[in-house]
Design a protein around this ligand. Structure first.
Ligand code: IMP
Ligand code: MG
Length: 177
């Protein structure tokens, strides 16, 4: 098995914090008087969800979904399996899907269709990171923190084989041994 030996900071914790603050202001403006439900896609988006949630100036409910693409490589297969579904109905809710990163877009494209079939009042997507170069499915986030180059990143909740989620900065994996 390959072992990562080096990481390099792509986005510092300060840059991320400032961006999350901006996003929270936008969301707070847009969702005044609405029935906001944040749906966090486990596990990578939990850190983003927590930071965003605490900065919102509108009330919001939260719920979680866990999905997995078949296979365990770092490449998406496009076939998505629901590992954990929502606890509640989203009927009449203004749903905002909270993602850590959009890569091929296949995961979100599946999730969007799945959630739309449950009759939410509205459905939007917020992602901290976007890798537009690798897009396969037609997915455009309504709110996006940063567009980043096609590099595998970890930290701020994102993992490589379940590790590195704890890094406070967003880092690029540089070397393998
Ligand atoms: P997509 O279906 O290709 O858009 O895959 C999105 C999911 O793949 C994200 O929610 C992440 O869980 C994972 N992912 C994609 N790129 C990265 C990365 O650079 N680092 C960590 N996870 C990633
Ligand atoms: Mg994810």
């Amino acid at each position: 098995m390959r072992r990562i030996v080096k990481t390099e900071v792509l986005l510092s914790r300060q840059e991320i914090e400032a961006k999350v603050r901006e996003l929270a202001e936008e969301v707070s403006r847009d969702y005044q008087g609405k029935n906001l439900l944040l749906i966090c896609v486990l596990k990578g988006a939990v850190v983003f969800l927590c930071d965003l949630l605490r900065l919102l100036e509108v009330g919001a409910e939260i719920d979680f979904m866990a999905v997995s693409s078949y296979g365990n490589s770092s490449k998406s297969s496009g076939v998505v399996r629901i590992l954990k579904d929502l606890d509640q109905s989203i009927d009449n809710k203004d749903v905002l899907i909270v993602e850590d990163i959009i890569d091929t877009g296949l995961t979100l494209s599946y999730l969007r269709e799945n959630l739309l079939s449950r009759n939410p009042a509205s459905l939007r997507i917020i992602t901290l990171l976007d890798k537009p170069e690798r897009r396969i499915a037609q997915i455009k986030p309504d709110y996006c923190g940063f567009s980043i180059p096609d590099k595998f990143v970890v930290g701020y909740g994102l993992d490589y084989q379940e590790k590195y989620r704890n890094l406070p900065d967003l880092c690029v994996l540089l070397e393998f041994a």
